[in-house]
Design a protein around this ligand. Sequence first.
Ligand code: SF4
Length: 456
Amino acid sequence: MLMEECGIFGVFLENKSNTIPYIVEGLISLQHRGQESAGIAYEKNNEIKVYKKMGMVADIFSNGIVKKINSHIAIGHVRYSTRGKSEIQNSQPFHVRFRNEHFAIAHNGQIENSEKLRNELEEKGTIFLTESDTELILHILIKNLSKNILEWTLKDIARTIFKYVSPSYSLLLLFKDRIIAIRDKYGYRPLYYYESENGYFISSEDSGFNFLNPDYKNIKEILPGEAIEFSAYGIKKYKIESNKKRFCFFEHIYFARPDSNIFGRNVHLMREELGKLCAMENPIDADIVVPVLDSGFSAAIGYSKESKIPIEMGLMRNRYVGRTFINPNQKDREIGVRRKLPPISPVIKGKRVILVDDSIVRGTTMKKIITMLKDAGAKEIYVRIASPKVVNTCHWGVDIPEKKELIAFGKKVKEIKEEIGANTLGYTSLEGIRKILKEDYNNYCFHCFMEVHDEL
Ligand code: SF4
């Protein structure tokens, strides 16, 4: 299973209302994007303060801290580490004090030219306090803008970041009187804002606003190459050209919440479409369709609708064991799969099962599930995957391992089928996805599905 790098949430409220409970609710909505650490940066007495810890949002903010902090402007972050260890020093938001002024940053993405930037900055004497590529952005701003943070304009900040920092990034910057949201020119990661009667909310996914019972027409996408400032003076925008988009297709396949609308499409409905496509491209006679919960659920509905084969709960999802991939350690992950997805034997015993999942990455999880289903009495197992083969790594914020760890890299479908122990295996084709997306197809990144030479 894969992990997204992070989720970000920001709130600016007028009338000095307290943003902190909203930030916590927002971060809980984005918890699926990162479970290792969470934090909030907020304005207090003209300074920026940060509260962050390792762990889940509800645990971190359950100790009364929400009642102790009061601020009308704040940003928050949930993290999963792809660059930099899973330690408190690398957790976000990052905060910097420079010449008695403060600002903070929260980042979703992965900076492609981070090594080059870090080397250049270190050559010039910059000292880094973390392993995270996000810290680079703080140094880039300080090196390239005027010495007085209060003089930094939206345009200065945006132009500097767009000029020096390679995608991917969806960012929030917190100053004592304003929040700036920036999305890279390719738009790899989603970013949305909601303009309410009381102020502004910014979120990695629009489902992050659902707890507000929002007026949906006031939810807007922050566009690729766009920077927006939210303050007591309203909204200011700055935009650069963005001719080529590269929306991450994995947001649709796996990461985003089903109730989110990402890149102009509802995530659940998109997954259902992919499941239907998978059924059209890989038909087979069987007794039941079984989803690998939760991410394979929407695709399995689609497969079932298209094939007219009933969907059944052949696997349950044990919600009380935590997500198995929190610890990036192979052994823990294998144990976790057995605890997390136990089979429901009477449902599958003696049945020909179509097992639907969103993707296969290392194949470890799928192998375990197939073994469990066979042990539980399944007669045959036909695996159907609602995405193409994952054959390449990702440099833009998703924890896809190196090629040699990917089960599909350099292999034919028949070989993968044998390795995972399925009776048959079928993937969804990129050509089919092209037909679903139509002219939007060219706005997406499919790099991890392509056996191309890595140019980096
Ligand atoms: S390589 Fe894959 S995971 Fe990475 S941005 Fe592109 S589509 Fe998303």
